[in-house]
Ligand binder design. Structure first.
Ligand code: UDP
Ligand code: MG
Length: 306
């Protein structure tokens, strides 16, 4: 019997974890009993009783594996920790709050049985919660889709990946990953299934507006060099403006007209200083990312796992 690992990143999910467990196990018995289930719960440094709840679930059910971080390392790290722990022939990554309907896993598994290696969960509609930052999320996905070169608009972290893909992703040494796009990037045989985003079963979203902005910037930088090319482009634009103004200055000089000088000087100085500083800023951001990769610290630290 083929084994499916279900990876669940959990951060302060004490209100949902037991419900999630009940939902997935009863769904499995009813609909997917021809596949073995391995549940991999990753506690992303929760401050509530999520970890204790995981331990009691694992005690009662040998198919439950858990890992608990020493502190909050973020959902990306939690998903990759799940990939490190899991032993299945494929893995499904799913949220703990039941926003991703477990029934969709059946569709994913049957696509996998057909031979697909990456099955993306695509949002058919957005839940109530998503609408509050809908505008920003929409803009972010437009930008990232064009930069990354895939349509990321309705994609999510909810997906099934084959063991081959798991092993490839685990072999990456980079720390700043973007799971959602990396599965496209690997180029394995992929397809997608649609699902309706549900409302959170309990608790609140862990995303604030600011953390979404940080997430967006981080992923743009992790996935594309476009900002660096934009700097080069900006440099060329500034040079062209300089040449035009220079010619203008020479022409007015030979025409014997007095050069007004001051306003154009101010404009030039502020414009080029701004261009230089913002370019330095963008380069620094990439450099700090490189520094981070060079330090090669672990992406997460387990305080405990079974
Ligand atoms: N999550 C996590 N670490 C974090 C934030 C979130 O592991 O730092 C988990 C969270 O427990 C949930 C999933 O990631 O299982 C999605 O988080 P959430 O529901 O808060 O985000 P949203 O659905 O609003 O995108
Ligand atoms: Mg959620």
């Amino acid at each position: 019997m083929k084994k499916v690992s279900v990876i669940v990143p959990c951060f302060n999910e004490e209100e949902t974890i037991d419900l999630f467990y009940k939902t997935i196990t009863s769904f499995w018995k009813e609909s997917l009993s021809d596949h073995e289930l391995e549940l991999v719960l990753v506690d992303d440094g929760s401050k509530d009783s999520t970890y204790e709840k995981m331990i009691s679930l694992a005690k009662a059910d040998p198919s439950v594996r858990y890992g608990s971080f020493s502190r909050n390392f973020g959902k990306e790290a939690a998903m990759f920790a799940g990939l490190d722990l899991c032993t299945g022939d494929c893995a499904v990554v799913i949220d703990a709050d039941l926003q991703h309907p477990v029934e969709t896993i059946k569709k994913m598994v049957s696509k996998w049985d057909e031979g697909f290696e990456v099955i993306e969960g695509i949002k058919a509609s957005r839940g109530k919660e998503a609408r509050s930052h809908g505008l920003f999320a929409g803009l972010f996905y437009k930008i990232i889709s064009s930069l990354v070169g895939f349509d990321m608009q309705n994609s999510s972290d909810f997906k099934l990946i084959d063991r081959k893909v798991i092993d490839v992703l685990r072999s990456f040494t980079e720390k700043d990953t973007f799971f959602r796009a990396l599965t496209f990037w690997t180029g394995f045989k992929s397809t997608s299934v649609e699902y309706e985003v549900k409302d959170r079963a309990a608790g609140v979203s862990k995303w604030s507006g600011f953390s979404l902005v940080k997430y967006a910037l981080r992923n743009i930088i992790a996935f594309t060099y476009t900002p660096l090319y934009l700097i080069a482009f900006l440099g060329i634009v500034v040079i062209i403006i300089g040449v035009i103004l220079g010619i203008d200055a020479i022409v007015t000089y030979f025409m014997g007209e007095a050069v007004g000088g001051y306003p154009s000087l101010v404009i030039l100085i502020t414009l080029s200083t701004g261009a230089i500083l913002s370019s330095l800023g963008i380069i620094s951001v990439y450099m700090s990312k490189m520094f981070n990769e060079v330090k090669n610290r672990p992406r997460y630290i387990f305080r405990d796992h079974n």
